[in-house]
Design a protein. Structure first.
Length: 151
C-alpha cells in the first residue's frame, strides 16, 4: 500500500511534547482526520505484514472489513503505547505481551473469503425484526425497575 516507514509515525521522544494519545474512535473522526489516521494505520499494517510475515493472514483488502480495521487499530494503538513507553499505570503492555496479543488476534484478522487475493464483500447485515426496539424498551422498563436482590 505504501513505502513509508512506521518509524516516521513515531511520537516525540519521552520527556518532550507528544501528540494526543493514539486512542481512536473511527466514527467520531471528521473525514480529514479519518483519512490521515487510515494512512497512518495502513503504513503500520504494511510494516506488520512484512515484519511478522503475515501476508497470508492479513489480506490486502483488510481496510474494507470494519471488524479487521477495529482489531488492527487496537493492535496499533497498543503497539504505540508499548514501544513508546506508556507512563499511565495500567496502560502499558510489555513487548512480549504485545506479541502474544498479536498472535491471539490472528483468527480475527483472517479473511478466508479474500485469502485468494480477490476481495469479497462482507455478508449483508440482517435487519432487526420490526418489534426489536419496543421489545428492548419493555425489557429495560422491567429490568431497571426490579428491586435489588438481597441476601
Amino acid at each position: 500500500m505504501t513505502d513509508l516507514n512506521p518509524a516516521d509515525l513515531w511520537p516525540s521522544p519521552p520527556g518532550t511534547a507528544t501528540p494526543d494519545p493514539h486512542r481512536w474512535v473511527w466514527a467520531a473522526m471528521d473525514p480529514d482526520e479519518r483519512r490521515i489516521r487510515m494512512r497512518e494505520l495502513a503504513t503500520w499494517v504494511d510494516w506488520l505484514r512484512t515484519t511478522f510475515e503475515l501476508h497470508n493472514v492479513i489480506t490486502h483488502c483488510w481496510y474494507r472489513h470494519p471488524p479487521v480495521v477495529e482489531h488492527l487499530t487496537a493492535l496499533y494503538t497498543a503497539w504505540t503505547r508499548t514501544y513508546t513507553g506508556e507512563t499511565e499505570p495500567g496502560r502499558e503492555l510489555a513487548e512480549a505481551d504485545w506479541i502474544h496479543t498479536l498472535y491471539a488476534f490472528m483468527p480475527r484478522l483472517q479473511l478466508p473469503a479474500c485469502a485468494t487475493g480477490t476481495h469479497h464483500n462482507p455478508p449483508p447485515r440482517i435487519p432487526h425484526p420490526a418489534d426489536t426496539e419496543a421489545d428492548f424498551a419493555l425489557y429495560l422498563s422491567h429490568a431497571t425497575t426490579a428491586p435489588t436482590a438481597t441476601r
